[in-house]
Ligand binder design. Structure first.
Ligand code: HEC
Ligand code: HEC
Length: 299
């Protein structure tokens, strides 16, 4: 989704080679033009969206960095652009049709954007997608027996297999254990119940809703990533996105962001998630899985 299939594959190979292990489908592609400060998207936001969006929304959606629903940041006039674009849910990972800032609509007694405002937000996000080279099309479903020759196919196969593996998801230690982790600002589900940032950590229905929504492409990449597997042709397999899940908890210490601090594996959370990934990959290797494909996005 972040980029087209070919770029995603090339990038994963490049990263796998350069860094040894971390391959990230959702990491920015290597040749991505600069975004932020002087990018076309940033300029469009400043000139056509910023003012009305702050007026219409920021009253309820500002606050300390990375707190619940504070996606305009602490001081919207200064922080709006960075805070909005840092939240994968709000911008739909730059797939415009699934950007929550547009799909949310009227709520909390306010009417949402006017038609004219919504079209300006759409134009802005479309420019961001262009700047970031994000393909706007949902990937088509691969045939059942197709080898995972791209990162996206690997994820589609995994998501399809996951859909029939609820018992593996809930088996102790449960794969969703990461969602129960304590951070300096509360348990993950407090902020992530609606998918904040693109991580759908939700404890309703005994974590079954989380199980389902995680199969959507946007949320899938909050939990999982891929690596290239040696061989010809190169294929890919899904891994737990340990890199992202752990780095988020250290942003304040590292100075790389403002996310609440937490220890990603103090209670074996990542170990549990990896065990789940191993089970699904083993089923895939046996051909014991159903139709590949992401769950359609819930808008
Ligand atoms: C009067 C206060 C208020 C205003 C104004 C407001 N919101 Fe909200 N918004 C809320 C509340 C409360 C929630 C949490 C409950 C819910 O999801 O409905 C919320 C939730 C959201 C969410 C869901 C976030 C998530 O993580 O699930 C989005 C997206 C959103 N608002 C967008 C907007 C946009 C865009 C505007 C401006 C057009 C806006 N809001 C204006 C109060 C407000
Ligand atoms: C106080 C609210 C809050 C709490 C508590 C919280 N988060 Fe977050 N998280 C956010 C917000 C807001 C974002 C998006 C902006 C950002 O990255 O800072 C986010 C983003 C993330 C992301 C990035 C998702 C992606 O796919 O890009 C991960 C991973 C994450 N959080 C993990 C966790 C985990 C694990 C916990 C529990 C230990 C947790 N968060 C607790 C608010 C919170």
């Amino acid at each position: 989704m972040r980029t087209n299939v070919i770029l995603a594959s090339l990038f994963t190979v490049a990263v796998a080679t350069a860094a040894g292990c971390v391959g990230g489908f959702d990491d920015p592609p290597v040749d991505q033009p600069p975004v932020g400060t002087d990018s076309a998207g940033k300029k469009l936001f400043d000139s056509t969206v910023k003012q009305f969006a702050i007026a219409a929304c920021a009253g309820c959606h500002q606050g300390a960095p990375s707190t619940s629903n504070a996606f305009f940041g602490e001081n919207p006039t200064v922080t709006a652009y960075t805070a909005l674009t840092n939240d994968r849910l709000i911008v739909g990972d730059f797939v415009v049709a699934q950007a929550k800032i547009l799909t949310k609509g009227p709520h909390a007694g306010q009417t949402g954007f006017t038609t004219d405002q919504a079209s300006k937000v759409t134009a802005w996000l479309t420019q961001e997608a262009t700047d970031r080279m994000v393909d706007q099309n949902q990937p088509t479903q691969p045939p059942v027996n197709q080898p995972a020759t791209t990162s996206t196919i690997a994820m589609q196969k995994f998501a399809g297999c996951m859909a029939t593996s609820l018992t593996d998801w809930t088996a102790a230690p449960p794969a969703y254990k990461i969602a129960q982790t304590n951070s300096a600002q509360g348990v993950c589900v407090v902020c992530h119940n609606g998918g904040a940032g693109g991580a759908y950590f939700n404890n309703t229905n005994n974590y079954e809703t989380m199980f389902e929504r995680t199969q959507e492409q946007l949320f899938f990449t909050g939990m999982f990533s891929t690596v290239a597997v040696a061989g010809t042709p190169t294929t890919y397999k899904v891994i737990a996105n340990e890199t992202k899940l752990c780095a988020k908890g250290k942003e304040r210490t590292d100075g790389t962001g403002t996310h609440p601090t937490y220890n990603c594996n103090n209670n074996g959370q990542i170990t549990a998630l990896k065990a789940f990934v191993d089970k699904i990959n083993a089923k895939l290797a046996l051909g014991a899985c159903g139709t590949p494909g992401f769950r359609p996005p819930t808008l």
